[in-house]
Design a protein around this ligand. Structure first.
Ligand code: FAD
Length: 384
């Protein structure tokens, strides 16, 4: 067992830290207050190769393995979860699904644009009535000659108002078929009948474009289907199995940012005549953060390593996501406590870290859903 990084992995980690220190961290608070990340960041992410990681160079990708992908995702999460999410969705959920399930035409049509940042992708699974129970989704795609006509609605869609393409999940079979009646489609966002509305008022990830999508008779050619008919839920679940690793890596970044902020502040702030770092109970909080950082990182790297070695990884991905997301919330809470009252003020970074961390236990499967997935895998009994 080798926990060391290769020279290539170390280089990409250094590149990511340098990139985020220059291009993201200095703007994170301002983007959060403005409720909008500067869209120019997308092209910059593409230019540095971060939107093409693990994708073949033949399709505009920048190669690299999943450990490298996690290292970059961690650095983005350390800097700003809103930016990290853009990559996790456009590359992690959409481009990787096109690379895995797409026809040659679909790969050539979308991957070079997605990996360069010329286009952004979003992942349309959740509906107002179906979140955790995504297999019961009600958006319908009805065959009409050489086309499908899609009607329904999606909500909470990350990158929603920015996206050029929606990886959309719709029912082509009957309601009784459940998740087996779902198919996936690549729908250009400018298709007539597709409407988008920005969702405001989020607790965290305020810089990110989250949207509701309305589909009113959206007509797409039959070859817009991604993967076989009726296999849309497999497309979604395979995307989310890897996506959970990406969320976990982002959480490691949040936890690492909490550690750096807490250690830095504890060394400067004096109370009772000494830096608060000298008080044992402050050291306890810092130690608790450090243990969470280390465990979350190891679990996340383990998933990346399993993927890179072609081994099964879905349960490990749920374990990593469950632990890392709960750990990120704990770390942000502890860091805020180290900052005392100043932690509660927007001028300091830890309040944003806590707000951004909070969603991690909710999306790409809540903590309860991860426990059911892990439980099913261990016992062979489905509690869904
Ligand atoms: P519900 O499913 O209604 O769950 C409510 C509560 O009940 C939770 O605590 C849940 O754990 C619990 N619960 C539900 N079922 C069970 C069960 N069987 N056993 C035990 N407990 C259960 N979706 C997308 O498709 N694309 C995106 O890009 C996307 N981005 C998002 C961005 C943000 C900021 C947010 C907040 C959400 C996003 N989502 C996205 C949606 C997200 O994945 C869902 O919110 C999530 O799956 C939970 O669904 P829900 O909100 O409907 O909660």
């Amino acid at each position: 067992m080798n926990f060391g990084l290769s020279a290539e992995q170390s280089d990409i980690r250094a590149l990511a830290r340098d990139f985020t220190d220059r291009e993201v961290t200095p703007h994170a608070a301002e983007w959060d207050r403005a409720e909008a990340v500067d869209r120019a960041i997308v092209k910059k992410l593409g230019a540095v190769g971060f939107l093409g990681l693990t994708i073949d160079e033949e399709y505009g990708g920048s190669g690299g393995d999943h450990v490298a992908y996690c290292l970059v995702t961690e650095e983005l999460g350390r800097a700003d979860s809103s930016v990290r999410g853009i990559v996790s969705v456009s590359l992690g959920l959409v481009a990787k699904s096109v690379a895995h399930w797409g026809t040659e035409e679909q790969k050539r049509a979308w991957l070079p644009r997605l990996t360069s940042g010329e286009a952004i992708g979003c992942f349309g699974l959740t509906e107002p009535g179906t979140g955790s129970d995504a297999g019961s989704l009600t958006t319908r795609a009805v065959r009409d000659g050489e086309a499908y006509v899609i009607t329904g609605g999606k909500t909470f869609i990350t990158n929603g108002t920015w996206a050029d393409v929606v990886l959309l999940f719709a029912r082509t079979g009957s309601t009784e078929e459940g998740h087996r009646g779902v198919s996936a489609f690549l729908v250009p966002a400018d298709t007539p009948g597709l409407g988008r509305r920005a969702i405001h008022g989020k607790l965290g990830l305020r810089g990110q474009a989250t949207a509701e999508i309305v589909l009113d008779g959206v007509r797409v050619p039959a070859d817009a289907m991604l993967g076989p008919e009726g296999k849309g839920f497999s497309v979604a679940m395979s995307a989310l199995a890897k996506g959970r690793m990406s969320v976990a890596a982002g959480c490691v970044g949040i936890a690492q940012a909490c550690l750096e902020a807490a250690v830095g502040y504890a060394g400067q702030r004096e109370q009772f005549g000494v830096p608060i770092a000298g008080h044992q109970l402050v050291q306890e909080m810092i130690a608790d953060i450090a243990v969470d950082v280390a465990t979350a990182r190891l679990l996340t790297w383990q998933v990346a390593d399993l993927i890179d070695r072609g081994q099964p990884f879905a349960t490990e991905s749920s374990v990593a996501k469950l632990h890392a997301s709960e750990a990120a919330v704990r770390c942000a809470n502890n860091a805020l406590q180290v900052f005392g009252g100043y932690g509660y003020i927007d001028e300091y970074p830890v309040g944003k870290l806590l707000r951004d961390a909070r969603v991690m236990t909710l999306y790409e499967g809540t903590s309860q859903i991860q426990k059911l997935l892990i439980g099913r895998s261990l016992t062979g009994v489905s509690a869904f």
